[in-house]
Write a protein that binds this ligand. Structure first.
Ligand code: DX5
Ligand code: ZN
Length: 224
């Protein structure tokens, strides 16, 4: 199933509820929350208090992408704030299995993210315990960057690994997704598309989500 996860990173934080609900009206299945700590990535964004406010303002699951060091320390706070999905970076987790189990033990859906330079093979031993794998199609840290085409091959490889292992995670892609790039990502096998600047950068977020959804669905039909 194709789903759009607008990243609130590009929303107007002073009007967050309105922007988020506009994206939901356009068909956003979940909202993507980019959490950055100024250590794992060279930028600082938001944390659990904003997740708690957003939880009260919207009715869709909150997909929290933790670009932070020591994510285990903060997983309980995200659970308390009402996060539904929590994604940690493979590169930030020395004990990745433990981090993913910790997320699940707090009643949330665990996911793992990989940077563009990290091979998908590094995830072989956790694919049976994640609900989703997030393939970064830009280097994490900022919205509005250019899509890195070589990441499409990683999406294809993950889909192949999923079949070979008979497991059942979803493939999410994040970074530089717009009307130009979403078709190729969908054909490669991505199912959940994070988009920040394309949704909130200009125009009506609802219309922008609708257009992305349509483009991804059309690309899949062409593939069939
Ligand atoms: C980058 C974040 C992305 C980003 C996507 O570090 O993980 O979610 O906000 O923004 P766009 O769609 O503008 O590339
Ligand atoms: Zn993200």
């Amino acid at each position: 199933m194709i789903e759009i996860a607008p990243s609130i990173l590009s929303a107007d934080f002073a009007r967050l509820a309105e922007d988020a609900n506009a994206a939901v009206r356009g068909g956003a299945a979940l909202l993507h929350v980019d959490v950055m700590d100024g250590h794992f990535v060279p930028n600082i964004t938001i944390g659990p208090p904003v997740v708690a406010s957003l939880r009260k303002a919207v009715d869709v699951p909150l997909d929290c992408h933790l670009m932070i060091e020591n994510p285990d320390e903060y997983i309980p706070a995200f659970a308390d704030a009402g996060a539904n999905w929590v994604t940690v970076h493979q590169e930030a987790c020395i004990h990745l299995n433990r981090s993913l189990e910790l997320i699940r033990s707090h009643g949330m859906r665990p996911g793992v993210a990989i940077n563009p330079a990290t091979p998908v093979q590094t995830l072989g031993e956790v694919l049976d315990i994640v609900d989703h794998v997030l393939v970064m199609s830009v280097n994490p840290g900022f919205g509005g960057q250019k899509f890195i085409p070589s990441t499409l091959e990683k999406v294809r490889k993950l889909a192949t690994m999923r079949n070979a292992k008979g497991v059942d995670f979803r493939i999410e892609i994040d970074g530089g997704i717009d009307l130009e790039t979403i078709g190729a990502a969908a054909r490669a096998g991505a199912e959940i598309f994070v988009a920040g600047s394309h949704v909130f950068g200009k125009g009506d977020p609802a219309r922008n989500v609708e257009a992305l959804l349509k483009a991804a669905q059309e690309a899949i039909l062409q593939r069939a």
